[in-house]
Design a binder for this molecule. Structure first.
Ligand SMILES: Cc1ncc(COP(=O)(O)O)c(C=O)c1O
Length: 391
């Protein structure tokens, strides 16, 4: 029995591979600082955990509506209406197990073989994986380090065609930590306003930013709500990666298709998890704010330390919890450097090339780790930099 041909086109997330390799080294007694995986190192806030326990006790242990509990969809609609300054209702909200299904389902529902999809490169690897899996045509747009890792808008303008069916945006961004400036979002909206395409706006890091103004959602711009799918969720904001809950906010005509894909795959998102999510959005937000403050402190300290390493140059990211260091001046290809740091220095990070060809020459470090561990990692990298600094 052989696998279906389409399985040759599906990709992977290198973070999970590097984690396995790092754990194998640890099993042999080696010490590794983990800066590879993209999840907050904080516990889920206790009142959210309590809400889940209470929900279990109350019997929220059965199937629920495919689209999500009405109460949660209302709370999400209010939250998104407030934060994006748009008017959406529970009928626009689909609750799903994590943010990822809001890539999987809408792409599955909308893309035909040969359709073109524009997406950021370097970018979250699942975008390219899904585009190729579905037989659509990937159209990567380079992100420009000097522009806070925003798109090269000229390339975007040139690459838009009559076959472009979808444009994927991600701000704050993985892997660069870039936040797309408001004026770029306006320009992008004006470029796509008259086109027959849909924007998939991945806003999973929407609450984790260090800029004075919150990141602008393209859905907030006039006429754009009708052609935007917002992806957001609880994984990053509330340190709930393992709970598997996220949501999409989309035009109503698409909701039924997403529900059908949901009923064919998951039936519904876990009911007690949804009760906990209500508590996350309606309860105190101090822990989210404290977490972001702590990420800011780590960002400042870690990026400053990376900038001391010979051959490293690290722009100060505006959001998420990733430092994306340009390592071209080391003269070592970034995939080799990532291996060297893991095997010789005990620092697990990711090769930028794993996020697409324009990520080559960069390394991604997740600073969702204690300041002590981050400083230890920086010291280890500094110590091993003799390898390349002395040629
Ligand atoms: C840009 C981006 N989008 C979506 C996701 C998926 O989030 P979830 O774990 O909620 O599925 C991630 C997770 O790393 C991400 O970095």
């Amino acid at each position: 029995m052989k696998l279906a041909e389409r399985m040759q086109r599906i990709g992977n997330e290198t973070a999970f591979d590097v984690l396995v390799r790092a754990r194998a080294l640890e099993a042999k007694g080696r010490s590794v600082v983990h800066l590879e995986i993209g999840e907050p190192d904080f516990p889920t806030p206790p009142h959210i955990v309590e809400a889940a326990k209470q929900a279990l006790d109350e019997g929220w242990t059965h199937y629920g509506p495919t689209q999500g509990l009405p109460e949660l969809r209302s709370v999400i609609a209010q939250h998104v209406s407030q934060t994006r300054r748009i008017d959406v209702g529970p009928e626009h909200v689909c609750v799903v197990p994590g943010g990822k299904p809001i890539l999987f389902f809408p792409m599955l529902a909308l893309l035909e073989p040969g359709d073109e999809v524009i997406y950021p490169n370097p970018g979250f690897p699942i975008y390219e994986s899904m585009i190729q899996f579905l037989g659509a045509r990937p159209v990567p747009i380079p992100l420009i380090e000097e522009r806070s890792f925003s798109f090269d808008l000229n390339v975007l303008r040139d690459q838009l065609s009559d076959r472009t069916r979808m444009l994927i945006l991600n701000s704050p961004q993985n892997p660069t930590g870039g936040v797309i400036p408001a004026e770029d979002i306006e320009e992008i909206a004006s470029l796509v306003a008259e086109r027959d395409l849909i924007v998939l706006s991945d806003e999973i890091y929407s609450r984790i930013y260090y800029t004075a103004e919150s990141p602008v959602s393209i859905a907030s711009l006039p006429g754009m709500k009708e052609k935007t799918i917002i992806l957001d969720g609880f994984s990053k904001t509330y340190a709930m990666t393992g709970w598997r809950i996220g949501y999409g906010v989309m035009p109503e005509w698409l909701v039924d298709a997403v529900n059908k894909l949901m009923v064919n795959s998951n039936s519904c998102t876990a009911s007690f998890t949804q009760r906990a999510a209500i508590s996350a959005l309606t309860g105190p937000q101090d822990e989210v704010e404290d977490m972001v403050q702590e990420f800011r402190r780590r960002r400042d300290a870690f990026c400053a330390a990376l900038n001391q390493v010979p051959g490293f140059r690290c722009a100060i990211p505006g959001g998420a919890f990733y430092a994306f260091a340009n390592v071209k001046l080391t003269g070592v290809p970034s995939h080799e450097l990532a291996d060297l740091l893991l095997n010789e220095a005990g620092v697990a990070c990711l090769d930028g090339g794993g996020f697409g060809k324009y990520g080559e020459g960069y390394l991604r470090f997740s600073y969702a780790n204690s300041i002590e561990n981050l400083m230890e990692a920086a010291n280890r990298i500094q110590a091993i930099s003799r390898t390349w600094a002395n040629g």
